[in-house]
Design a protein around this ligand. Structure first.
Ligand code: GLC
Length: 414
């Protein structure tokens, strides 16, 4: 069996972390299968995949296409891209995209995979257009389609070419069914992580030094957020919540992560976030580490892990990672994220965008060591049970075998 995985970027965000866990799990589950990755730009994803024994190819997406993003194009104006601008960008990128499609088609023909597994909206569309009829296609959907009106139209139009769509939560599966219609087969596979790497024991980073802050006092409660700088991840909600904490509480906040994607307007810059922190009087209380290579050791340096997405989160890997490291997690309770924890059993919840409630939750944990410890223990147990990546191969192998068998029967039909 030969599987081609396609990803729009070579950088590592949530969808790519999830893909790496799939590759690792598949490698262990089927050591003889041939796995190949193609990504739309260079970046650490390639070396990480190669280290797992997966061959990889960089096929750079044309810049005009890489920069397009329509998240929020149907929603309120503001920092979001307008529909008109998006259409203009699409038209402008058309010749380069057509050229890319030809290149991708040639590549796919030469590699001749038994299954194509695409990860990321641009690759879902490109692979559906470039594949031959005999290559079954799996779309792995990590985000909601509804806020992406143009992409939703394209996906609906192309859904007949997709053998199965995998969604990372029931909430994303629902969204997909309602945007693409009943003819698209959808199955939910919750993300997994490496629970050996994300574990309570192990090295931890000096977040103060990384952020250029003075060393913190030993009793300081460390509260951190790990995510890309996409605006909807809620860094601003987090900073507001920190500004509401009592002045005599000894705490430090950390924003761990950097700008990752090339889609315009959708991300904060670190400078912007620093300014917000300063305006809120948090200059000495909040550290910005930038991108860190080893999120597990950043999590282990924290007492409380905050997930603060202001919109429903499709899944929320940071929640699972925080739980696996035995840390007390506070998560934004909506979308797929709400499916992966049980409030006050293995994490705490707060309504998306509600900084007052988030501050209350942080305060509750900061002043209650026992609660932190209890959530840490149940969180770890949940992660071992539900998010151990060995499960991925167990779920994916029958899917790959099934769709290739179906394809074989179709080809054999007179
Ligand atoms: C995307 C989603 C995020 C999810 C990740 C892995 O980044 O926005 O919620 O955790 O993919 O599926």
């Amino acid at each position: 069996m030969k599987i081609l995985y396609l990803n729009p970027t070579g950088q590592i965000g949530g969808a790519e972390a999830s893909l790496l866990d799939i590759l690792a799990s598949m490698r262990a589950g089927q050591p003889d299968w041939s796995l190949h990755l193609l990504a739309g730009d260079d970046g650490p994803l390639h070396s990480r995949a190669e280290a797992l024994g997966v061959s990889s190819t960089v096929m750079p997406l044309p810049l005009a296409l890489a920069e397009i993003g329509d998240a929020g194009a149907g929603g309120p104006a503001g920092k979001h891209v307008s529909k008109a601008k998006l259409l203009y960008q699409l038209l402008k990128s058309a010749p380069a995209t057509a050229k890319y499609l030809r290149q991708l088609r040639l590549f796919m023909r030469a590699l001749s995979p038994d299954v194509v597994h695409s990860n990321g909206f641009k690759m879902h569309v490109l692979s559906a257009c470039a594949k031959t009829r005999s290559m079954p296609l799996v779309w792995h959907i990590h985000d909601y389609l509804k806020p992406r009106p143009v992409m939703a139209k394209l996906m609906r139009h192309l859904s007949g070419r997709c053998a199965l769509a995998i969604a990372n939560s029931e909430s994303v599966a629902e969204d997909l069914r309602s945007t693409c219609g009943a003819r698209l087969a959808v199955q939910t596979i919750y993300n997994c992580i490496d629970v050996e790497k994300f574990s309570p024991a192990g090295a931890s980073l000096d977040l103060d030094a990384l952020s250029g802050l003075q060393p913190s006092l030993p009793e300081t409660i460390k509260v951190g957020m790990l995510s890309t700088l996409a605006r909807w991840k809620g860094q601003e909600t987090f900073l507001h919540a920190l500004s509401l904490l009592p002045k005599d509480l000894s705490f430090r906040g950390y924003i761990v992560g950097g700008a990752l994607y090339r889609t315009g307007g959708s991300q904060y810059t670190l400078e912007e976030l620093r300014e917000i922190a300063e305006r809120l009087g948090l200059a000495q209380k909040v550290g910005f580490t930038g991108f860190v290579d080893n999120p597990a050791s950043a999590i282990r340096a924290l007492d409380i892990v905050v997930h603060a997405s202001t919109q429903p989160e499709p899944f929320g890997l940071a929640i699972a990672e925080g739980m696996a490291c035995g840390r007390a997690v506070i998560a934004s309770q909506a979308g797929g994220a709400a499916e992966i924890f049980e409030a006050e059993v293995n994490a705490l919840g707060h309504p998306p965008g509600d900084s007052a409630r988030l501050a209350e939750r942080i305060m509750w944990l900061a002043t209650n060591r026992d609660l932190r410890a209890r959530l840490g223990v149940t969180g770890r147990a949940t992660a071992e049970l539900r998010f151990n990546r060995a499960r991925l191969a167990t779920e994916l192998i029958p899917i790959y075998l099934n769709i290739t068998e179906r394809q074989r029967q179709l080809t054999a039909e007179p």
